[in-house]
Design a protein around this ligand. Structure first.
Ligand SMILES: *[C@@H]1O[C@H](CO)[C@@H](O)[C@H](O)[C@H]1NC(C)=O
Ligand SMILES: *[C@@H]1O[C@H](CO)[C@@H](O)[C@H](O)[C@H]1NC(C)=O
Ligand SMILES: *[C@@H]1O[C@H](CO)[C@@H](O)[C@H](O)[C@H]1NC(C)=O
Ligand SMILES: *[C@@H]1O[C@H](CO)[C@@H](O)[C@H](O)[C@H]1NC(C)=O
Ligand SMILES: *[C@@H]1O[C@H](CO)[C@@H](O)[C@H](O)[C@H]1NC(C)=O
Length: 457
């Protein structure tokens, strides 16, 4: 209580003395601005999209041209494929149960030495119920509606009324309700942005968008394999995690044995979900300092790394079908352009999961560090490229655009609305033929059936 009063007084005082100099910024900060938890940048796959692209916090429909590289003005856009993760969602039932367990422990056993603990115990309600199980929330619908409207701004010559009416815009989704509902919201954003009523059909394709559960070898060797995530288990049993567990037990004044890595993870998830879903900087966030958050982020990244990314070759190879689907479509567009035909698929939107995107960006060699993420290199991997919060926040998207230029067809790639140069190439908007040369081994191989077959060796 005392602490709160002191803080309020300080803020008031600060506002008064700064009044003349900072009138507008001060009043904005104290009234309308949402307070972002200090540890929000460590939320990993539970990150808000606008915390990756912070200019969106002020204007969710803004596009930031300084983040993209365009080819010469003599080029024109002829096609765009975008593969998008679903929007913000509720926790899964499994995580809701862990969160409830930790909440119950805090309410039952924790001391009330801190404001935030008394707030959790007396005011905060455990409002997550098991049936919410990973469903899309309202914020998740907005994520997709707004993304659609920004894409109209990015590609005004591709996302047109005419292309929608002529069915040159295709919507494909995973069958999961959060993806279907994201796609419906994306379509709504398109219809509003283009001012048309026409409803595009949505086709469900799990072979394409949930390829990971159909790849037998991946399921056997990684998904259902208890030792595949060994590095994560070792890290969770290791010194960094042990330290957080002890700090947490000290804060709550409960025996060390009553707190586990699962409990500290659950509280961290509560902080992340309260923020992503409700825009709240909840008292749960006060239970973690920056180092705690970095450690928990690393645990999350280890899981993604070994289960979906560079940890095992089969992780990325399981996305061969999506890779070929993309290049097959791009080839078709190029063939249509070369024979002066109308491009039949101007825009293709594919909605799936973080698990859909990560293996594909891995297959393309993106976000690759020199060393594996392991249970022992937390300290040396601070500046790693592989941070799942930057790669797959909610509504994360990998976008490929083809341009027709006087010298031929060029291709641009953007991750979360930022251009990136494909590793091994120097031109940020290379000739399409050079991209195909770069990925020749995959284009000529990477056969889904072969890579996913379980071999007995
Ligand atoms: C665009 O992004 C850059 C880099 O993140 C940032 O510095 C700049 O302020 C942004 N521009 C706008 C108009 O928001
Ligand atoms: C610790 O956990 C045990 C077993 O669940 C329980 O009986 C005990 O009351 C807990 N102690 C505290 C102080 O939370
Ligand atoms: C989402 O989509 C499902 C069907 O896929 C539907 O039953 C549900 O009402 C929708 N809304 C929410 C909030 O999940
Ligand atoms: C499980 O993963 C470990 C570690 O990669 C590997 O050695 C083992 O062969 C895998 N087991 C199966 C059944 O694939
Ligand atoms: C799903 O996508 C794959 C790959 O592009 C395609 O071969 C298959 O026909 C599609 N299935 C459906 C039901 O559209």
């Amino acid at each position: 209580m005392v602490k709160q009063v002191v803080t309020t007084c300080f803020v008031l005082f600060h506002c008064i003395i700064s009044y003349w100099a900072f009138m507008s910024s001060c009043s904005i900060q104290s009234s309308t601005k949402i307070i972002i938890p200090a540890i929000a940048r460590y939320f990993g796959t539970r990150s808000r999209y606008e915390d990756v692209n912070t200019y969106l916090i002020d204007d969710i429909l803004a596009i930031n041209n300084s983040l993209v590289t365009l080819p010469s003005s003599k080029c024109s856009e002829i096609h765009m494929t975008v593969i998008i993760r679903h929007g913000t969602r509720y926790p899964t039932t499994k995580n809701i149960k862990k969160m409830r367990k930790f909440y119950d422990l805090v309410v039952r056993d924790a001391a009330v030495n801190w404001n935030y603990l008394s707030e959790i115990k007396s005011q905060w309600k455990m409002w997550y119920t098991d049936d919410m199980d990973g469903r899309l929330v309202d914020k998740g619908r907005e994520d997709h509606r707004h993304l659609a409207q920004r894409l109209i701004k990015w590609f005004p010559s591709l996302l047109t009324q005419e292309n929608v009416r002529q069915r040159r815009v295709k919507l494909i989704t995973s069958s999961k309700h959060r993806c279907v509902n994201s796609t419906i919201a994306f379509r709504k954003g398109l219809m509003e942005g283009l001012n048309i009523e026409d409803e595009l059909e949505i086709s469900v394709n799990d072979t394409l968008m949930r390829y990971f559960e159909q790849c037998k070898r991946f399921v056997k060797e990684v998904e259902n394999n208890d030792t595949a995530l060994e590095e994560l288990q070792r890290f969770n049993d290791g010194p960094e995690m042990k330290r957080i567990v002890e700090k947490m037990a000290d804060r709550l004044e409960v025996p060390y044995t009553n707190i586990t890595d699962e409990s500290v993870e659950a509280g961290f998830f509560l902080c992340a979900y309260e923020f992503a879903i409700q825009n709240l900087n909840s008292p749960w966030c006060q239970l973690y300092d920056e180092v705690d958050a970095q450690v928990l982020e690393y645990a999350g990244d280890l899981k993604q790394y070994w289960k979906r990314s560079y940890g095992y070759e089969i992780n990325s190879k399981s996305s061969c079908i999506l890779f070929h689907d993309l290049f097959h479509r791009l080839d078709q567009v190029v063939a249509q352009i070369n024979s002066d035909d109308i491009v039949s698929e101007a825009v293709t939107v594919q909605v799936g999961h973080g698990e859909t995107l990560l293996p594909l960006v891995t297959l393309l060699d993106l976000f690759k560090d020199d060393t594996h993420l392991s249970s022992t290199n937390f300290a040396t991997q601070h500046n790693r490229i592989f941070k799942s919060g930057k790669i797959v926040p909610y509504a994360a998207n990998l976008l490929v655009v083809l341009y027709k230029c006087p010298e031929g067809i060029r291709m641009g790639v953007r991750m979360n609305e930022k251009s990136l140069t494909l590793p091994g190439l120097t031109d940020p908007v290379p000739m399409y033929e050079d991209v195909k040369k770069r990925y020749r081994a995959l284009l000529e191989g990477c056969d889904q059936e072969t890579v996913c077959k379980i071999n007995n060796s």
